[in-house]
Design a protein around this ligand. Structure first.
Ligand code: 8YV
Length: 322
């Protein structure tokens, strides 16, 4: 008998086909995520659940006692929406999809960085609304990017890929904070400097780009105090997780001019985005597009398949996180 799996959202068709061949697969064909009740029921009915970031799985979402589910194959690299401790207690393996979305997420970080520095969203809004009155020397003046310093918080795969783009592509200097020492050719070749504290990075960076995991450990890592510690005229870029930033403090910092602007692909409590942010001109807001390319979404799906096949064949799973 093939393992029974439930896929909580629609995936690229090519991957859905592979899943259907390998497993007895149920797809949530509706356009909305499963409810907490449906997820709880799924734990009693399926050998594997393949969730995404839009499925909240805190401890309370897990069944008490036992579960039929033995694998949570997360479609995405970030897994802070899953309580891995609760999974472990029930003997459920959790996997993610590292590596395959690195470049595309770094591209979106740079899209946001360039977008806010050069006021691209604002300019497009002006033109589309018919309000552009023509070229003039003082029109929509932004901030130059080359020669500036990018501060990376979290120098993992995506942090490094963003630093590479910023340095080699746009002539930026790189400073970074990372919990553990990073000592490799890649950072050396970019002359990227690891600084001892986040505050040291904030003191030097013209653009602060977040690339650390979400969840309790990093919740509100960028709080009001740290936003105030950013350089005057600096920008914040977030392609990590919404909860890494204190969103209310960010709104206040943007309103008061404490920071110059922000480029955000993720939000605390998304898809809800505070109206205050949506009304501001000095922010660029994207609907969580980090990994949203055809190639990457297929690669993510295939990585979940690879992990699930290995798991049910009793082999070591390549991307186990719990
Ligand atoms: C994914 C992401 O698309 O992989 C991640 O961590 O943030 C996104 O790029 C999303 O998580 C889907 O589950």
């Amino acid at each position: 008998m093939k393992p029974r799996i439930i896929v909580t959202r629609r995936w690229p068709a090519t991957v859905e086909k592979v899943l259907s061949e390998q497993f007895e697969t149920t797809f949530n064909t509706s356009d909305v995520p499963l409810t907490q009740d449906q997820l709880r029921t799924a734990f009693a009915e399926y050998d594997a659940i393949l969730p995404t970031v839009s499925d909240s799985l805190p401890a309370a979402a897990f069944p008490e006692g036992t579960a039929c589910t033995r694998l949570l194959g997360n479609f995405g690299v970030g897994f802070s929406h899953i309580d891995t401790e609760a999974a472990r207690r029930l003997g459920i393996t959790v996997t993610n999809t590292p590596g395959v979305l690195t470049d595309c997420t770094a591209d979106i970080a740079m899209t946001l960085l360039l977008g806010v520095a050069r006021r691209a969203g604002e300019g497009e809004r002006e033109l589309r609304s018919g309000n552009w009155t023509g070229w003039r020397p003082t029109h929509m003046i932004g901030s130059r990017v080359s020669g500036k310093t990018i501060g990376i918080i979290g120098m993992g795969r995506i942090g490094k890929a963003t630093a590479r783009r910023a340095h080699f592509g746009f002539g930026m200097d790189v400073v970074f904070y990372n919990r553990s020492k990073v000592d490799d050719d890649e950072t050396r070749i970019m002359a990227a400097r690891q600084l001892p504290t986040i505050e040291d990075v904030l003191a030097e960076a013209d653009f602060v780009s977040l690339h650390c995991p979400g969840g309790a450990a990093n919740r509100h890592l960028m709080d009001g105090r740290r936003l105030a510690a950013m350089k005057r005229g600096a920008f914040l870029i977030n392609t990590a997780r919404g909860d890494v930033v204190d969103q209310q403090a960010l709104i206040a910092a943007l309103q008061s001019g404490t920071i110059a602007g922000a480029g955000l692909d993720v939000f605390d409590g998304e898809p809800a985005v505070p109206e205050a942010l949506r009304r501001m001109e000095n922010v660029m807001l994207l609907p969580h597009l980090g990994s949203a390319t055809e190639e990457t979404r297929v690669a993510m799906g295939m990585k979940v398949v690879e992990n699930a096949v290995a798991f049910f064949e009793g082999r070591d799973v390549p991307d186990r996180v719990a």
